[in-house]
Design a protein around this ligand. Structure first.
Ligand code: PYC
Length: 315
């Protein structure tokens, strides 16, 4: 039996696995993540996908870290496999650790496959995450979609790989959800077919599209965007996406459009918001993302022998 706590961060669910997951042995979190992918992908799928979870859910396996600089380790996974980092998931994990009394002095360091992140609990209940170093890899890359439409965007790293463009006139509203999904899937497909990748040939598996914050939605002069993010398993992020916000901030900083310490607001389709700032890193920037997570439920997952859907619904 697998014990879990479910939370949502600005609408996007995280299932934190507290105990009961098979032992992944020792080593770095990146090495243990590889073992999870090689040996336990069906179990991960059963944990997050229907009928026990749902396609947009992200699992967060809590582990002990062997790095003396880290308090805990965590591996994130979604409906199709592990994620390098997950911003909304980290906010959920920090809130869950806090509820378990496992955070000292309101601060915690976590080892993730993408590197170490630091987080703190703010007095108002929000969580600030200092993410891994993020950077704009290529600016103004044009890709041609199947129907001939050309879309230009930036390729950036924020703990995962992103292609970031504007929405090409699809307004970010619920009634356009299926158009947004189709549009971003067609960008993802075109990137793959054109061989456009992140650094070292890494797959760009998150597609993020933006529109400006409409007047009245933010204080005058506030910089930011409304966004829609397609995740690797073709589900969309209900939150403003922490790694996507980091990648966006890296691009804004790269273009000289956002100053160090200046607040960036990123809003999701359902209206959840993250605030972000940055400071200089070695090659790129170090972003801080701030948002809130809410506890939803706690329990045990049961995987009975003979259950035809113990590994989740087939793709
Ligand atoms: O918040 O970084 C994030 C994220 C990645 C995928 C889903 N959420």
């Amino acid at each position: 039996m697998i014990r879990y706590t479910d939370l949502h961060t600005e609408g996007e669910p995280t299932r934190v696995i507290i105990s009961g997951f098979p032992d992944l042995g020792s080593g770095s979190i990146r090495d243990r993540c590889q073992r999870l992918q090689d040996q336990y992908s069906q179990l991960c799928s059963g944990i997050v996908r229907e009928p026990r979870g749902h396609e947009a859910m992200v699992g967060a396996l809590l582990l002990e870290s062997e790095d003396p600089d880290c308090d805990h380790g965590v591996i994130f996974f979604n409906n199709v496999g592990p994620l390098g980092m997950c911003g909304h998931g980290t906010i959920g994990v920090v809130r869950a650790l806090h509820e378990m009394g496992r955070i000292k002095d309101e601060k915690v360091t976590l080892e993730t496959p993408a590197g170490m992140v630091e987080a703190s609990l703010d007095k108002d209940g929000s969580v600030s995450v200092i993410n891994v170093e993020s950077y704009c890899y290529r600016r103004d890359v044009t890709v041609e979609l199947a129907g001939g439409q050309r879309v230009t965007g930036d390729i950036a790293w924020g703990g995962n790989w992103f292609f970031i463009s504007d929405t090409c006139d699809i307004t970010l509203k619920n009634s356009n959800l299926s158009r947004l999904i189709d549009f971003t899937i067609s960008i993802r497909t075109a990137l793959e077919e054109s061989g456009i990748t992140g650094r070292d040939g890494e797959t760009i598996d998150h597609i993020e599209v933006h529109e400006s914050l409409s007047d009245g939605d933010s204080e005058e002069g506030q910089k930011g965007v409304r966004c829609f993010v397609l995740c690797p398993g073709m589900e969309w992020d209900r939150s403003p996406c922490g790694t996507g916000t980091s990648a966006t901030v890296a691009c804004q900083a790269d273009r000289g459009l956002l100053a160090e310490g200046e607040i960036w607001l990123q809003e999701s389709l359902p209206g959840g918001r993250f605030e972000a700032t940055w400071r200089p890193g070695i090659e790129g920037i170090v972003p801080t993302i701030r948002g809130r997570a809410w506890m939803c439920s706690q329990g045990e997952l049961i995987f009975e022998d003979g259950d035809p859907f113990r590994h989740g619904f087939p793709s």
